[in-house]
Design a protein around this ligand. Structure first.
Ligand SMILES: [Cu+2]
Length: 130
């Protein structure tokens, strides 16, 4: 089960990495009308003894295109995490706040970007932009 989950996570990561290739920069500059809605969310990274315990909370966030997203990343322990959201090329370091306008519709998978232990690869986050 652990290997399957890890395999799925890695496959998803590879898929989204390849999907944000050559035209990624072009998508970043798309003009999107801002809605004025702000989603301010603190994401907590949890490490654990078992692979299954590793996670971000919340694990997903759904917004509308043009909404402002303000994400802060924290940890529940001494272990450092990071979050990279593929497809929209957003990186968040622990203790930092990242603010951006959600421009590109779709499901954008995020992945912990700092190796934090056995369950590092299963720490995913999904940003859905409708
Ligand atoms: Cu990690």
């Amino acid at each position: 089960m652990k290997k399957l989950l890890l395999s799925i996570t890695l496959s998803l990561s590879a898929l989204f990495l390849s999907a944000c290739g050559a035209d990624g920069a072009e998508k970043q500059t798309a003009n999107v009308e801002e809605t004025g809605v702000v989603h301010e969310v603190t994401i907590i990274g949890y490490a654990g003894k078992e692979v299954e315990d590793f996670r971000f909370e919340p694990e997903e966030l759904a917004v509308k295109q043009g909404d402002k997203v303000r994400l802060t990343l924290e940890s529940d322990d001494e272990i450092e995490h990071g979050l990279t959201i593929f497809g929209i090329s957003k990186q968040l370091k622990q203790g930092e706040t990242l603010e951006f306008i959600a421009e590109e519709p779709g499901e954008h998978i995020g992945q912990c970007s700092v190796f934090c232990g056995a369950g590092h690869a299963v720490m995913t986050f999904k940003l859905t932009v409708d």
